[in-house]
Design a protein around this ligand. Structure first.
Ligand code: 5GP
Length: 206
């Protein structure tokens, strides 16, 4: 029996190349899940194989800046020369429907959400070692050497902010990492502060 009907806002970050997307996809393949992935908007060019409306909404800088003015983002940040942002409108509805809303965003954006949404859960995904990360970035072959170097430097600075998160999950194996995240979500739902109110109500009714 689940005592807490509202879904959780789960913010996942981690350095470029750590495999956040792969872990998230493994999580979504688990049975009976109620996850909702928030598709971000970005001004970055699509990589080969990326689909508009599935991986991101790819929009122009002008459109993005217009949306900032109209306060349409829950958070946004600039990362290695491009804008990335979380559209605000859909998230509350999904949480109310009991869905666990998963955001996959970089650290500056995550810290904005930390301030706004006290109830959110923050998970930092790390590689089993730095070499793994660099090799993954290099072998991905989707960025120029200069961009890869920028991403590596960024990864180093992101590690220093890992302590701002509630949980650290090592991506040593994709399915293990997904299992750990599922376990965190289950445990968070069982926290007294989230579940006691509904439990008391249920006791009155039964
Ligand atoms: P990439 O270009 O590799 O897809 O993403 C670069 C970084 O931006 C990654 O750390 C990714 O998680 C992050 N990111 C993706 N969407 C958002 C978003 O909506 N907001 C923020 N702040 N970061 C995002």
């Amino acid at each position: 029996m689940k005592l807490n009907e509202r879904g959780l806002l789960v913010v996942m970050s981690g350095p470029s190349g750590v495999g956040k997307g792969t872990v998230r996809r493994a999580l979504f393949e688990q049975k009976d899940h109620k996850y909702f992935y928030s598709i971000s908007m970005t001004t970055r060019e699509p990589r080969v194989g990326e689909v508009n409306g599935e991986d991101y909404y790819f929009i122009s800088r002008e459109e993005f800046e217009q949306r900032i003015k109209e306060d349409k983002f829950l958070e946004w940040a600039e990362f290695v020369g491009n804008y990335y942002g979380t559209p605000k409108d859909i998230i509350e509805d999904q949480l109310d429907e009991g869905k666990e809303v998963i955001l996959e965003i970089e650290v500056k954006g995550a810290l904005q959400i930390r301030k706004k949404m006290k109830d959110a859960v923050f998970i930092f995904i790390v590689p089993p070692g730095k070499k793994v990360l660099y090799n993954r970035l290099l072998s991905r072959g989707t960025e120029s050497e200069e961009k890869i170097r920028e991403r590596i430097a960024k990864a180093d600075s992101e590690f220093t902010l890992a302590h701002k998160y509630d949980y650290i999950v090592v991506n040593d194996d994709v399915n293990n990492a997904a299992d750990r995240i599922a376990a965190i979500i289950r445990a968070e739902h069982a926290k007294t502060e989230r579940s006691i109110h509904n439990y008391m109500k249920m006791l009155e009714e039964n």
